[in-house]
Design a binder for this molecule. Sequence first.
Ligand SMILES: [Zn+2]
Ligand SMILES: [Zn+2]
Length: 432
Amino acid sequence: MKLKAINGFKDILPDQVLRWQQVEQTARDIFERFGMREIRMPILEKTELFFRSIGEATDIVEKEMYSFPDKGITMRPEATASLLRAFIEHGLHVQQPVQRLYTIGPMFRHERPQKGRLRQFHQMDVEVIGATEPQVDAELMAMGQMLLNALGLKVSLEINSLGCPDCRPAFRTRLIEYLKERKDDLCEDCRRRLSVNPLRTLDCKSRGCRALVQEAPSILDSLCSECNEHFAGVEHTLELLGVTYTKNRFMVRGLDYYTRTTFEFITGDLGAQAAVGAGGRYDGLIEQLGGPKLPGIGFAMGMERIVLLMEQQAESSIIKPAADIFVAALGDKAAEYGCVLVQNLRALQLKAAMDYSGRSLKAQMKQAGRINSRFTLIVGDNELTEGKAVLRNMQTQEQETFALDGTINEQAGRLFSTIIPTSIEVDGIKMK
Ligand SMILES: [Zn+2]
Ligand SMILES: [Zn+2]
């Protein structure tokens, strides 16, 4: 039997990794411009953490978690709960009243695998803890927008407010009343969760429910004055920052802990309308997890979807990194020399390669081409005795004699200075 990766788990092969690295590096760069600091948490957490944060009556906790019940532990299905657990455990708020944190890594959910959705998937997660001002909400959205733009992606931003513990219960009651009267038209899922999680009906994908909620009461009409003012502040700041958005009163969260601002970055380019990023405010969650009474807001972006979108939308193609120099050695003495030379070149931070199999010059030149080497140094046993080798520029096909004077280290240094000015020039052209 052939061994294969598990369904829903996927290898990311070297050519694809280039795209992933581009996403991660761009994200780190932009996050850090906004004062975010990286934090890394373990993948396994006590199952209890997700009961208490995500909520037991959610799809994630009910059916999607990879848990080891005998050990009481679970592979994290999302990052916020773990991050807040770490935040509370280490008392990070004592160091600095407002913490801006980000993390990048794999999450695990037992869902039906489909395009852009895997069972091990990767997220970039950002959280700002300790600030309640609407400017912070808008700034986070602007940051997400900046990142997606920097990656060459076209997405739209949708926002909503979910109110707070003061005003949401009243809305919830009104919504349940409305839905109960039309119970027969609800899909099976929505009927089941009518009393536990009625807000989910608002973003149910089934056609019947979608038609039915068009006339449902709007959460935006039910906000208390504080929530109203907060939401107006978010909108005002988005306008100041020139971030385009639309209000979507049907946007809710599958997670119980969200309050006030919620937002999503949406694309229509992955089949159905899909979110590449989603987030919101969770002002009661830290306290609910046994931490200090602090507000928080964050978002997560799905890296699989971003990479898929980039393949579809982005005009720039990935430039494969080239090796700087390939040493083609012919003969035993030359091979020994090449081995040491390559080591010295690498110590000088050059990407240097050679082939140890003793193949023909033609085969070795082919290999140099395959790794996209910019230069090849050709050296045989005879040349070694005569103290000279041939340096070939693989782009121009020009060849020059390279004198093997001095120690190997000195030779490496001279090769370095011959190659590097060209390298910078080449990279300069590629940058444009
Ligand atoms: Zn409120
Ligand atoms: Zn439904």
